[in-house]
Design a protein around this ligand. Structure first.
Ligand code: ARG
Length: 467
């Protein structure tokens, strides 16, 4: 049974209510335990709004000074952990406004003129997401930098490239590292797009229809670093597209981190033995003394579940919502914070881990020299000797079966054995059967030939300002 508060409502919106709110309703609807993290944005937004109210003749100079001073004091108190947030005041907006009124008196009650919590929360969230876009872009560039450092360090070393997780063609380790540099580069661009699209101020849309007071929306927008103002108050009051777009960019990045993590887990296994991860980045088993486990990449891979889940959560919240503000939108906040926190922690730890891995280049080279991985090169060799590619593919397929049956590599076959498959083959074939020769022949743009990869490493270093 819900407790009914004694007497009339004490709420800021309590005027039309004959009784206080049930305790269960207060507990269920409060968001202060998570939206308190918006306080800096809320205060910056309120200061800009007050400045604009003053310039429009809706606050005197003294009133503006009192509001701004009071808000600064409140911000300091919150910074220092002295401020007590009250759940009965629901959210960060009303906690701060109430504190202002208690501090500076009736002048504080003028601040909310021409403003609703609907445009206020949209403003705070946009400013939060904007900052997170910047933070995450910086972290992403840190991750990209770690890959470029690895690419430079291992330039010239060869590993097997895989398709279907089967050895496919030999590649430069550096080429693989730069593949990650590229993928996270696209993610940076997505973040920048998301930031650009969201950067229009909602302030002044008020509840959903705009305001009858003479507000200057452009002024608050420019004070708060927006590129302009949103065009339609109804759209703005119910818009969480920016949050969904941000969560979808984050989900994409976390998926990319998950794919990277999967490779790190595989490569650090005894079966692959391609990398070793420094002990301080691994954990042990409570029962098996010999174990050294790659928990960090496993956790990053696992966290992709919650990050994708947070995106689905927002998509589902918005589906079927009638236009403008509905309280459902409050539910957009926790997934948003969880994703931003999870992704920034994942990026930070993965970047650190990348600085703590060693490639076991001998094992990688050995793996690259097995599995008949220069078969495509032999087919290309025949193509250059005017054999149609499909025919060449068949000839080389037979040579591969012969190798498997005789436990040999293509490069180990004698010239007699090779000419048995096609008389077009002559002694110079060994140049293309050699793994290094194979890698370095791939000089198409974006290919793994040493010259190309050297150029790509240098371009990436220049791009990130490494040299
Ligand atoms: N805490 C609310 C939220 O996050 C603020 C907006 C409340 N608006 C309203 N009309 N009840 O959505």
């Amino acid at each position: 049974m819900s407790r009914k508060a004694e007497g009339p409502s004490q709420k800021m919106w309590g005027g039309r209510f004959g009784e206080g709110t049930a305790a269960s309703v207060e507990a269920f609807s409060a968001s202060i335990h998570y939206d308190s993290r918006l306080y800096k944005y809320d205060i910056a937004g309120s200061k800009a709004h007050a400045t604009m109210l003053h310039s429009q003749g809706l606050l005197t100079k003294d009133e503006l000074q009192a509001v701004v001073g009071g808000l600064s004091d409140i911000e300091k108190e919150i910074d220092e952990g002295q401020f007590v947030f009250r759940p009965e005041l629901e959210d960060v907006h009303m906690n701060i406004e109430k504190a202002l009124i208690e501090r500076i008196g009736p002048t504080g009650a003028r601040l909310h003129s021409g403003r609703s919590r609907n445009d206020q929360v949209a403003l705070d969230l946009k400013m939060y997401v904007r900052d997170q876009c910047d933070l995450l872009s910086d972290l992403l560039n840190g991750t990209r930098r770690a890959f470029v450092v690895l690419a430079r360090r291992y330039l010239g070393h060869i590993m097997p490239g895989y398709t279907h997780l089967q050895r496919a063609q030999p590649v430069q380790i550096a080429h693989h590292m730069l593949a990650y540099y590229e993928i996270f580069g696209r993610d940076c661009q997505r973040m920048a797009d998301c930031r650009k699209r969201l950067n229009l101020s909602p302030l002044g849309c008020a509840a959903m229809a705009g305001s009858g007071l003479p507000l200057d929306r452009e002024m608050t927008a420019s004070l708060l670093g927006f590129d302009g103002v949103t065009a339609n108050s109804m759209d703005t009051a119910g818009d969480r597209d920016f949050a969904i777009e941000f969560l979808s960019v984050c989900a994409m990045i976390q998926l990319h981190l998950s794919r990277l993590s999967e490779e790190l887990v595989l490569w650090s296994s005894q079966e692959f033995a391609f990398i070793s991860i420094a002990d301080r980045f691994c954990t042990g088993s409570s029962i098996m003394p010999q174990k050294k486990n790659p928990d960090i990449p496993e956790l990053v891979r696992g966290k992709s579940g919650r990050v994708v889940g947070n995106l689905i959560s927002l998509l589902t919240q918005v589906k079927g919502l009638p236009f403008t503000y509905n309280r459902d939108l409050q539910e957009s906040q926790e997934p948003l914070y969880d994703t931003a926190d999870t992704l920034s922690a994942s990026l930070s730890v993965i970047t650190e881990l990348l600085g703590n891995i060693t490639f076991q280049t001998e094992n990688m080279a050995k793996a690259a020299n097995s599995g008949c991985m220069t078969a495509t090169d032999l087919a290309d060799y025949l193509v250059l000797k005017k054999v149609p590619f499909r025919e060449a593919h068949g000839i080389v397929g037979k040579a591969v079966v012969y190798c498997l049956e005789n436990n040999k590599e293509l490069a180990e076959l004698s010239i007699e054995e090779l000419t048995g498959f096609s008389e077009k083959i002559d002694k110079n074939v060994y140049a293309v059967l050699d793994v290094e020769g194979s890698v370095n022949s791939r000089t198409t743009t974006g290919g793994t030939g040493l010259a190309r990869v050297e150029e790509a490493v240098a371009a990436a270093e220049k791009n990130l300002g490494i040299i």
